[in-house]
Ligand binder design. Structure first.
Ligand SMILES: Cc1cc2nc3c(=O)[nH]c(=O)nc-3n(C[C@H](O)[C@H](O)[C@H](O)COP(=O)(O)O)c2cc1C
Length: 266
């Protein structure tokens, strides 16, 4: 589902140019007032309804912040429901999503994130290409401004599990996390996959009351995006990393893991 709200003005202009609509609008000045009068005569409760309509409008405008917040909550809940169509091990439903909107908690999260970024990201400037490094630093510097953060969690501690259990644990939360990003995107909301805060996962757990035996899988900062000039991301092409019958046997040879760094090694 593609949001069309940004094209509202041009869409409205095109719709208003419709000849049938224009003819109807031309008659509105004469026919409409009479028809309206007759309709009111047939509806004794018209005045009461109009007053009630006015009251609802004024109340809504006076509490717009509240209603917009409620709307955002519904959008996020809907996205999480969509995301949960992703598979999860044994269909056990051990996933949880902590949605953080409280300004003080968002500031606390950003503080932890920045501490982790300074420790982990800054020394790796050369590993990630300049584009990713610059955008990661920007995100770290502005994280507290992001209106919503979502932390997908899975019950149990991943690091205490063996390889199979780890794969099952992360495999039961990461597909839903990516689906959540796609569902948000379809509704005009951008998000970014981040994990840096996990360096100080316990501090975030304490801030948000996440139980000790839950594994945090990511942190998605979420906000409405501006602009629509999205383009395909640069990736090492699939055919270079697809092996037929044995590791390294691509359609054109190759399959070496070494030497690939940021920006998909380009
Ligand atoms: C597992 C994983 C963890 C990541 N962690 C972070 C992070 O903590 N901070 C960050 O800025 N970007 C992080 N990224 C990178 C961004 O999500 C994003 O993929 C990157 O900026 C490249 O953008 P692109 O996907 O549009 O090419 C992570 C990506 C993945 C897959």
């Amino acid at each position: 589902m593609e949001s069309t709200s940004r094209a509202f003005k041009s869409n409205a202009r095109r719709a208003l140019a419709d000849p049938t609509l224009q003819t109807a609008l031309g008659m509105a000045k004469t026919g409409f007032p009479l028809k309206r009068l007759h309709a009111i005569e047939r509806l004794p409760e018209f005045e009461a309804l109009r007053e009630e309509g006015k009251r609802i409008k004024n109340h809504t405008l006076a509490h717009l912040d509240f209603y917009l917040e409620e709307f955002e909550r519904k959008v996020i809940e809907q996205c999480i429901d969509v995301a949960l169509q992703a598979p999860n091990g044994g269909n056990l439903g051990r996933y949880h999503f902590v949605v953080v909107t409280d300004p003080a908690k968002r500031a606390g999260l950003a503080e932890v994130y920045r501490k982790a970024a300074a420790e982990f990201l800054l020394p790796r400037r050369e590993t990630y290409g300049p584009r990713i490094f610059a955008s990661s630093v920007y995100l770290a510097e502005h994280l507290h401004e992001v209106p919503v953060h979502i932390i997908p969690c899975i019950e149990g501690r991943a690091e205490q599990a063996g390889p199979l259990a780890q794969a099952n644990k992360y495999g039961s939360i990461l597909p839903a996390t990516w689906s959540l990003m796609l569902a948000l995107r379809a509704r005009g909301l951008g998000s970014a996959w981040t994990t840096l805060h996990i360096l100080y996962e316990k501090e975030v757990a304490a801030l948000l009351g996440i139980p000790e035996d839950c594994t945090q899988a990511a942190l998605l900062p979420v906000a409405y995006f501006t602009g629509t000039d999205f383009k395909p991301a640069k990736r090492v092409p699939g055919h270079e990393r697809t092996y037929w019958d044995a590791w390294g046997q691509t359609n054109g040879g190759g399959g070496d893991c070494s030497g690939v760094s940021g920006d998909a090694g380009r």
